[in-house]
Ligand binder design. Structure first.
Ligand code: ATP
Ligand code: MG
Length: 367
């Protein structure tokens, strides 16, 4: 399921990497990942899925139990952290509280034996990059959360690393500040041409910031793809559920031919779907349909659309869109999202309707 590694252009590579902390359970099971220079890649996944562990192995604070990690073609398993040329930003900022902002930024430069005048120029440049040029003399405690995170970012960038790792850097900030910094971080990364491995469990953040997203679960990459592919073409039920909102109908494969299959839903209804990871008749499947791909207005149905009877349970007016909950195929949690348009009906609870979708928008995934 992981994209084939292209060793020739890879800047960061995980090659069959496993990690166990206790010698028994593997928390990273078989990680293969290959990133070109300049890419912004996000590791997204639920708590405990192994994201931080992967970042720590790449940074050199943890060692891989098996496999190889390569940076720019060189194996780095035995290179100490400060010699890897990697900048790091953590969720809790991890600034040195007894040092001023300038001293915090000087630290990674001193470790790398950079002379005083050079240091001052680099610190000024890094602070200007994050618009904190006036704060060099302050202590971390005299800064707001967002300002501290900007300093942490400047400290990670000050020695001009080619690779920057960020572990939930915006997790402690409020929504608005998070969105501002999301934009600033991606812009900085692209302007400076640095390669970024970013960790989050916020899927919107992952989709909006990244060139590619690796969806983690249970120590494995479930899918590694561009944001639109991940959302529109999830390869398995976990990814379909984890990324965005998703309707799931359960059933059994009744017939497969090429890129179409028939699925008998558990209430007896038969629908057409696109077989994604089902391969044989009789197999159980979860059929996945995005809420915005469902049409409730018969006049708008495209040719070839499949229709099903449904009962409206709830209608929520959200301004730009309508969010309608329906009973479909015996399930009460079927969601349809429609754009607020003059010809789009505002359905009433209790109403019986016919809904429809195209078979190619209906993906038969693993059960
Ligand atoms: N130092 C450690 N010693 C033992 N087990 C650890 C250690 N660090 C992490 N683990 C375990 O490894 C697994 C993966 O943890 P990890 O921190 O990589 O997850 P994560 O995906 O970053 O989760 P979160 O979103 O909560 O930060 C978890 O089961 C965790 O309990
Ligand atoms: Mg973590």
């Amino acid at each position: 399921m992981v994209a084939a590694t292209d060793t020739a252009t890879a800047f960061v590579e995980f090659d069959r990497v496993q990690k166990s902390y206790d010698g028994e359970t593997l928390v990273v099971k078989d990680l293969n990942l290959s990133m070109p220079k300049g890419e912004f890649l996000t590791m997204l996944g639920p708590s405990g899925s192994g994201k931080t562990t992967c970042l720590m192995m790449l940074a050199g604070f943890e060692t891989a139990t098996h496999g190889e990690i390569r940076l720019d073609g060189k194996e780095i398993n035995n290179i100490p952290p400060h010699k890897r040329g990697i900048g790091m930003v953590f969720q809790n900022y991890a600034l040195f509280p007894h040092m001023s902002v300038a001293e915090n930024l000087a630290f990674p430069l001193e470790v790398r034996k950079i002379g005083k005048s050079d240091r001052e120029a680099k610190i000024k440049r890094a602070l200007d990059m994050v618009q904190m040029g006036d704060f060099a003399g302050r202590r971390p405690a005299q800064l707001s959360g967002g300002q501290q995170q900007r300093i942490a970012l400047a400290r990670a960038l000050v020695f001009e690393p080619e690779l920057v790792l960020m572990d939930e850097p915006l997790g402690a900030l409020d929504k608005q500040l998070r969105e501002t910094l999301q934009f600033e971080i991606t812009k900085l990364a692209h302007d400076l041409g640095i390669t970024v491995v970013y960790v989050t469990h916020d899927q919107t953040e992952a989709l909006t910031m990244s060139d590619r997203v690796a969806v983690f679960d249970d120590g494995r990459i479930q899918q590694l793809a561009k944001p639109d592919t991940l959302y529109e073409a999830p390869e398995n039920s976990f990814v379909a559920q984890f990324i965005g909102e998703n309707n799931t109908l359960e059933g059994t494969v009744q017939n497969i031919q090429g890129d179409r299959c028939e699925v008998r839903l558990d209430d007896g209804e038969v629908i057409d779907a696109k077989p994604v990871n089902v391969s044989s008749v009789g197999e159980r499947t979860k059929v996945s349909i995005r809420p915005e791909r469902v049409e409730t207005n018969r006049d708008r149905l495209q040719e070839g659309a499949h229709t099903l009877k449904a009962e409206v349970l709830e209608f929520i007016y959200m301004g730009d869109i309508f969010r309608t909950r329906l009973r479909v195929a015996g399930k009460d949690d079927f969601i349809v999202k429609t754009r607020n348009a003059p010809d789009q009906a505002r359905l009433q609870p209790g109403q019986q309707v016919e809904i429809g979708w195209l078979p190619e928008d209906c993906r038969a995934l693993d059960a």
